[in-house]
Design a protein around this ligand. Sequence first.
Ligand code: GLN
Ligand code: ZN
Length: 754
Amino acid sequence: MKSAVIGFPRVGKLRELKFASEKYFRGEITKENLEETAKELRKEHWELQRNAGIEYISSNDFSFYDGMLDMTVLLGVIPEEYKRLGLDEHGTYFAMARGYQGKEGDVKAFAMKKWFNTNYHYLVPELNDGSQIHLSGKKPFEEYEEARALGIETKPVIIGAFTFLKLAKYNGSRTALDFAEQTARAYIQILAKLNELGTKWVQFDEPALVTDLSKEDIELFVSLYKIILKQKNNVKVLLQTYFGDIRDCCKEVLALEFDGAGLDFLEGKKTLELLKENGFPKDKILFAGLVNGKNIWKCDYAKTLDLFSKVKKYAQNVILSTSCSLLHVPYTLENETNLKSEVKKHFAFAKEKLLELHELSIIADSSDFEAFSEYKNNKVIFNAERLYEDKAVREKVAALSEADFKRKTDRKEREQIQKAKFGLPLLPTTTIGSFPQTQEVKKNRSSYRKGEIDRETYDRQVFAFIEECIREQEKLGLDVLVHGEYERNDMVEFFGENLAGYVFTEKAWVQSYGTRCVKPPIIFGDVKRISPITVKYSEYAQSLTKRPVKGMLTGPVTILNWSFPREDISLQEMAYQIGIAIREEVCDLEKAGIRIVQIDEAALKEKLPIRKNEWYSEYLDWAIPAFRLCHSRVRPETQIHTHMCYSEFEEIIRDIDNMDADVISFEASRSKLTLIDALKANGFETEVGPGVYDIHSPRVPAVEEITQALLKMLEKIDKNKLWVNPDCGLKTRGIPETIASLKNLVEAAKVVRN
Ligand code: GLN
Ligand code: ZN
């Protein structure tokens, strides 16, 4: 059996590409230096795969920033404003990626969006009515030849025509359909060039095929490929899908003249069923996605081989592949020196997954799996009792009943009680939680981590930051205060570190966008709170002032969504375990005299399933209850806030209301009016604080500007339900602009009240 890899991480095992790129941005190295690093990384990645025995290795999966941006260049649709800067090739590319402000002009970066259901972000191509799609770049061809010069035959990966057109933004009146013909022609040019080079296989990535497709979408897809595939000459074309199944277009895909189809058998819940129904053409090769490209757990060989044997019933020519690009997992376990071996033995990152692919491809050819020591060793891991199982936690989850998800008093009544208790003015002012993380704040944390200072010294310093922060907020005249979050650098890692069941890596970075990488913590065992996490900080902050200080927590769904989850229990089970831990913290905060608790669910929207008909059966059905679980036991006078980063939740507005918080704040600087209209139209009951200014920029909003924003909001939102706050935490900002902005915010609230 042969094996294939859809794509490999680009940033390098120690984020070499990130550091080289950042040096280049700062002008410390030349573009030639940057290119050299890139070339070394590509070589290393290809050779690694070849040496691991992978037969179908990708090229052009490398990118300096993002694959969709590479397509913008390849298809010749760089917008005029970037060309006009007159920069060199690299300069223009990075201007689109990061914006450019300098002597040649001032342009913003391309918009960035989440890549399907991952935490990777792509840059959105923009098409104007005058855009002319045509082959204009060389990258895939050069990288193919570069690999061949190393003696490695690769399959160039190109984002497919359908996915490109579906993800592009259309600025004029022309739509995807209007660009179809010229796009198809450009792809024919790509194929012609590859044919000329003697390329054997090309991989067209079409993840958009796993989304809900309309009849028009399917027609667009079919019409594109009817044209493209007519001219493939000697190049074999692999249609690669991932992140789900192709239930809406399976027949059409199989009827087209692709030479291979890549299907995802892990996230694609219906993939096997589709094969059963439709069969798989004898003249095509099935690239079966069976090794998980998104999670960090070792493959359970017995399970994988069992699934594989089912796949083989319906397809004759099968190649073993990853479920998606390995871009979404860290590079290698080799640099993890702190993980205990009994933990580590359960993991496989990108490099280790290559070995799994290779081993599985050999074992799969045999009828006697037990004859392989690799198989037997794998079985030992999966048969052994798992560490970190916690019976008490399991029992707590199993014992949850309806009452655990419901506050005793309903929201209207709570509102009256809380209004009377807090006596806040109309349009109360507050912030989202964090205050600027200055050099001093960061230094305190790093000194503690390095063991240069002890816990007591560290905490004393945090307390000093808190005191300063409280004094500043009182001076500003804010109504509801925060402690400033000086004890945490990251809203998920901080809680993970304080929960049993989590493990942490040192070098397991995953690209989020461009040079930004994240290091998600791993849920290894049952999760529980060991001891109070934030109470002493909040309690101290509250002791300094008469005004209410918000306790500040991250919600269970966000903690889960930004971690690598387990595969042996359900997401719901994990969310409830974390929910119980957060509930304990909420109750302890209440006991300590904290009257308002904010439970952030910044990432609630992120993992909505790709298919709409799964929203309520596979996600919101437990995600919303997991949040309610956290606050079901508090007294009616304790006010629960939540915060969400992206305001685009029109479609799940009722579910947000159903979280049963008393107050929600959200980012509104981008789409404020449409969302606020939707709040009104849906009779939204939760009190709301739509961000009145954008904290992602150092700009200070004028009093008048905030006043106007508030007046606009008051046209749609009941004055008794409106809060005044920035649109997110202030941790990335500097102190001067923060103070100036908040001063204006308080002033604007006063103006509007009067
Ligand atoms: N409370 C967090 C903060 O202020 C919220 C961060 C977020 O929404 N991303 O930093
Ligand atoms: Zn936010």
